[in-house]
Design a protein. Structure first.
Length: 487
């Protein structure tokens, strides 16, 4: 809602222009998500109490663990509904809901939450910890992952630059000469007409320097915001891409600011094909290799099962981590903070260019999405810290895991996910190792899996396990962000 107020009324009331900045809207989404969670949290908890949807604590083969957790019996579960509801309310206020990446991320959040809700509902109806069968739960997760993968393959997302950076111009002296052409003689000269008189004089002198390059780029990128660059006669015969054709048909004067800048960038590429390379690249089925500049592996149709693997693995890893008060919620907050920062970086042409990351203009709304989940996660943690007043249940853990996987996929940092969510990986690995060891050797490696229960049975208090695991999650997240500059 606020995004549209900024778009519609910014010309009349300049103060509203701040609402078009996704950095401002991300902050608003975070605060709103947190406050909405605090405000509606008590009502949701009372409602869950009234429905008698309390957690059932089963007697495990490990009696000590049952003794530690039996006091949790009856605590309302399915608190993931609070996370999803508060997030959607925050996004309706602050996000641009027409953004395709946002729509995909929200769809994953809701659909994965639905799978978890069905599982929780069956558990509560049966008054038993066994909900959906493992096979049925996997089918639901696979369907969500398959849907996302097929969409990205069949309807590729465009990853392309808007503003021009110095390293994109291949021949600066030739570029100066082309800009110096008489007004009306070429499409490229049209841009130079918007330059200052001082800069025009510097161009005519033709002495290349870092200072002149910076001035040209500043003026050129400022001109990309103009509504009056395009002149059909000047661009006659110039190569026009399919994306540019679509934007021109949409009406350059009526486009939103970001789309208008993108259109003018494509017009610049069309006007200067010898100096500025095409920026439109189909990366939807390609996976970036961390540590290398512009190195991608194209999976083609195999990208669909790859997406399924990420969605199933991440949602189940978060689900396995949800065993102690505040553990999964706190670790998710840390992971979402990292991916929100990453989404902000890749949605900025200057930062993504400096770090040699894929520039994804549409990821701007993923910043708002991540911030909203960060706020609602903190709000939920308010009620979920030890001793918990509510548990997220599979409704929350599968939704959060799915959303985390979706952010990794849509920001094109799929292979960074195991580092960002390193704690979740450790929890999942502990279960795999435990089951594998018992089946192969008849012996267990840990006192109990997932890993947090192992340390509980070693004598650590629940709060100590949770806080120390939060620290581990934070260290993994910081490690992941530090790798961005390693190329």
């Amino acid at each position: 809602m606020f995004h549209y107020l900024g778009e519609v009324f910014a010309d009349q009331y300049r103060v509203l222009n701040v609402l078009t900045y996704y950095s401002v809207r991300s902050g608003g989404a975070l605060i709103t998500g947190f406050l909405v969670s605090l405000l509606i949290g008590p009502s949701v908890i009372r409602w869950l109490h009234a429905l008698n949807v309390g957690q059932i604590i089963k007697k495990d083969h490990v009696q000590d663990l049952h003794e530690l957790h039996k006091g949790k019996s009856g605590t309302p579960t399915m608190g993931g509904l609070l996370i999803i509801l508060a997030t959607l309310m925050s996004l309706l206020l602050w996000a641009d809901i027409t953004n395709r990446l946002l729509q995909l991320a929200v769809a994953v959040l809701i659909l994965m939450g639905t799978v978890g809700f069905i599982d929780d509902f069956i558990k509560l109806r049966r008054k038993h910890n066994d909900g959906l069968s493992a096979r049925a739960k996997f089918v639901g997760q696979i369907l969500v992952g398959t849907g996302l993968g097929l969409f990205l393959v069949l309807k590729p997302i465009t990853y392309g630059a808007s503003y021009v950076t110095e390293r994109e111009v291949s021949n600066w002296n030739g570029f100066y000469t082309a800009l110096n052409a008489p007004a009306g003689s070429s499409a490229l000269a049209q841009y130079a007409q918007l330059f200052t008189e001082e800069l025009k004089q510097s161009l005519q002198e033709g002495s290349d320097s870092p200072e002149l390059r910076a001035q040209v780029l500043d003026e050129l990128n400022r001109s990309l915001k103009s509504r009056t660059i395009y002149n059909a006669a000047l661009w006659q015969g110039a190569p026009i891409s399919a994306e540019l054709t679509r934007l021109l048909k949409a009406g350059g004067q009526e486009l939103h600011r970001r789309a208008r800048i993108r259109m003018n960038r494509l017009l610049l590429e069309s006007a200067a094909p010898d100096f500025i390379p095409p920026s439109t690249t189909d990366l939807s089925t390609k996976v970036a290799i961390p540590g290398f500049k512009d190195l991608f592996v194209n999976l083609g149709w195999f990208y669909v099962p790859f997406v399924v693997l990420i969605m199933v693995g991440t949602s189940n890893a978060v689900n396995l981590t949800d065993g102690l008060d505040g553990l999964a919620a706190g670790a998710s907050v840390v992971a979402f903070a990292a991916f929100t920062a990453l989404a902000y970086v890749v949605s900025r042409s200057d930062w993504s260019s400096y770090l040699f990351l894929t520039y994804i203009p549409e990821a701007s709304e993923l910043t708002v999405f991540g911030a909203a989940l960060l706020g609602t996660g903190l709000g939920f943690l308010w009620f979920n810290t030890h001793p918990a007043e509510v548990f997220m249940g599979d409704t929350g853990s599968l939704a959060l895991g799915g959303a985390l996987g979706a952010m990794a996929i849509l920001t094109k940092h799929e292979l960074l996910l195991p580092i960002v969510g390193g704690l979740f990986v450790l929890e999942a690995l502990s279960v795999i190792i435990q089951v594998g060891s018992f089946k192969l050797r008849g012996k267990r490696v840990f006192r109990m899996a997932p890993l947090h229960h192992h340390f509980e049975l070693k004598g650590w208090s629940e709060s100590k396990v949770t806080i120390r695991f939060w620290i581990i999650a934070l260290m993994f997240a910081l490690m992941s962000l530090s790798t961005l500059k390693l190329r």
